[in-house]
Design a protein around this ligand. Structure first.
Ligand SMILES: [Zn+2]
Ligand SMILES: [Zn+2]
Length: 177
């Protein structure tokens, strides 16, 4: 008979930190996407951030999203097509806020936990930030190929938590971009 011990129920570190990243993401006021990011050194949490407008200016919940339309090439049924995409550009991405609010010395050799796979711009900045590992949950296919190549070139471990389930109170529908 299997005995359920306290140890067996205890969260592993990846789940523990990703749960925190999801709880942090609930602070976001952009209705299109809630992203949370953490800086972790060893097992120590050194910083948290989410996507949002700069401090002191109206955010998406007050001023509405600032929508930018862009044409992007996408594979539709195996054929490359120019597809019109809408993105909210009002917010500073969670990863960029994380870099703004942490110190370089703390980032050296650290891990970033982030609810969503970083976009190209955030990845480029993270690649130059001193961190050694990125752990994410939801994929972001648009930039994924070039982001993975960049992380490989930089020797940054890049892991997706495929089996992970976010806490129920932090779940939201992402508006697909
Ligand atoms: Zn927005
Ligand atoms: Zn980004």
């Amino acid at each position: 008979m299997a005995t359920l011990t306290f140890e067996a129920e205890r969260k592993d570190w990846d789940t523990y930190f990703m749960d925190i990243a999801y709880m942090v993401s609930t602070r976001s006021r952009c209705p299109r996407r809630h992203v949370g990011a953490l800086l972790v050194q060893g097992k120590k949490l050194l910083g948290t951030a989410y996507n949002g407008a700069p401090m002191g200016v109206p955010d998406c919940s007050e001023a509405g999203c600032m929508i930018s339309e862009q044409l992007e090439v996408e594979l539709v049924d195996g054929v490359e097509k120019a597809v019109k995409k809408q993105r909210c550009i009002r917010t500073i991405h969670a990863e960029q806020n994380l870099l703004l609010f942490t110190d370089r010395i703390d980032r050296e050799g650290s891990t970033v936990y982030v609810t969503d796979e970083p976009c190209w711009t955030c990845s480029n900045m993270l690649a130059n930030s001193g961190i050694k590992e990125i752990v994410y949950h939801r994929g972001y296919p648009k930039d994924s190929d070039k982001v993975k190549r960049l992380m490989e070139a930089k020797g940054i471990t890049f892991r997706q938590l495929l089996e992970y389930e976010p806490p129920a109170q932090a779940r939201m529908n992402v508006i697909n971009e």
